[in-house]
Design a protein around this ligand. Sequence first.
Ligand code: AHR
Length: 524
Amino acid sequence: MRSPLVVFTLIFTAIIVPIAAAQKVELSIDASKTGAKIDRNIFGQFAEHLGHGIYEGIWVGSDSKIPNTRGIRNDVVGALKAIKVPNVRWPGGCFADEYHWRKSIGPQRSVTLNPNWGGVTEANTFGTHEFMDFIDQIRADAYISVNVGSGTPQEAAEWLEYMTAAAATTLVKERAANGHPTPYKVALLGIGNESWDCGGNMTPDYYVSQMKIYSRFVRNFNPAQQDKQQMLKIAVGPGGDGPRWTDWTETVMKAYQQHTWSWDINGLSLHNYTVVHWPPSYTSVGFGETEYSQILKSTLEMEGLISKHSAIMDKYDPDKKVALIVDEWGGWYAPLPGSNPGFLVQQNSLRDAILAALNLNIFARHADRVRGANVAQMINVLQAMMITDKEKMVLTPTYYVFKMYVPFQDATFIPVTFDAGWYTHGAVAIPRLDAIAAKDTNGKLWLEITNLDPNEPVEVEAGLAGITAKSASGETLTAPKVDSVNTFDEANTVIPRQISAKIQGGKVTLKLEPKSVTVISVEQ
Ligand code: AHR
């Protein structure tokens, strides 16, 4: 028989547990201690000729019934303008190392193959002019990846001359005849893609010898990009953290340290997807807390990866002249049933919103070295901003995170200290909370706080030094379940809603919903 004390304890516990107080986390922010600028380019996008990423996602053709401007769909342009996309990486990905630019300019386009992705043909109706028109419509910069794997330095050099030169060369006259007399700007140039794998299976030394040649001869001739706004050349970097990848970073950075007047690089790329198992087997819909916690644990490995490669870069480039550009990142899950597996079609849930916030925060904390990133991929592919189906379009939870983070573009990082505590589930133990702070270009303080715990709210108390807070408010993004998604029929399941904080004793206090992403600004 149980003692009265045990019985009381059981009843007490049964009553108390459901109304347990929220976890408390104290943040400490000193607004006078500023760090590096959070380069707006960390909010970059990646658009590859893959599945419906370009065709249907961006390009519908000018005779389509879907409202468009010169063949580019208006709904997509409107949504992307609102998140102030800084740059778009194009045309790949693996596609880039089999892309031959001449096949997609002018009135006669060649139909070619897209052997990497889904065994389909490539109509080449979306080429240089259409891409440049698209980024002009969304007001983004061009990040062009040139073909190192199956192309030649001459082909790439001529593409850059075609795009950027102003002098009356034959290629420039051809560009003018195709509708664009003035030179295009190319802000970033990717010298190959994953040259250690789909880009040609090169050894690090072989890649470095190729990279030097491309760096030397693939020039930007745009008169407006000679002194200011110079094109940044991005070398292929690592794709993981094992010895194979540290060796790659060592080899490229050692070469950079000894570079001469005739070649240079400004960035090293890093690719890292959140996959857990390869081939991707986690589903993008219909999962529970186990998969939620495992995916978040896996995505947090980005921190170690960046630290490891940054440390190698520091050895050869202590002044941090070469940026680390994480130009492919995001969740990669099993293809949706019924889709072409080569089209990399997946849904996008609240879990992806939290995954995006955690990665953006890691990039911001490394803002002195990480000065660019491109989420994979922009539309209809992997962790997309939006999903389209013919005339329909729906914005994903990840889209809303990018929208909430707009104030962090080019803001100045401010360190935040806190003891996050732990969220545990099964064998997974990860910090319960994540946070960053920054001052925007107008001097306003912004705070992002992610509550990773899917079950418990968190009461946050943020102590502020260096400013006197009068009020604080912003937006929070959460949903009923970790796998909640937006669909064409129910597009508003995961959307941000307004949130206000209280100011008590000079501190900002607010309650965060479980599994939520929150961005607030502080009025002084
Ligand atoms: O984003 C899909 C593919 O992933 C890219 O084409 C390639 O670079 C990477 O392996």
